[in-house]
Design a protein around this ligand. Structure first.
Ligand code: SF4
Length: 62
């Protein structure tokens, strides 16, 4: 994990965010992860479009 992408909050290491809240590893043009092959386990476990994802985006569950 590139250290320049990581911040620490209350002792926990996290991906840093841009001003708009997007992950710093997300390419704002392509909308693709620039570190996909080495992305954190949390990202690997997260399923795009799952209920929590849709809730955060304000979309109804399907
Ligand atoms: S997969 Fe993870 S590391 Fe990659 S852009 Fe999304 S939140 Fe960031």
């Amino acid at each position: 994990m590139p250290e320049e992408f990581v911040v620490e909050h209350d002792g926990a290491r996290c991906m840093d965010q841009r001003g708009d809240g997007a992950c710093v590893a997300l390419d704002p043009i392509t909308k693709l992860c620039t570190i996909y092959e080495i992305r954190p386990q949390t990202c690997r476990d997260f399923t795009r479009g799952e209920s929590l994802c849709r809730k955060v985006l304000g979309k109804p569950s399907s």
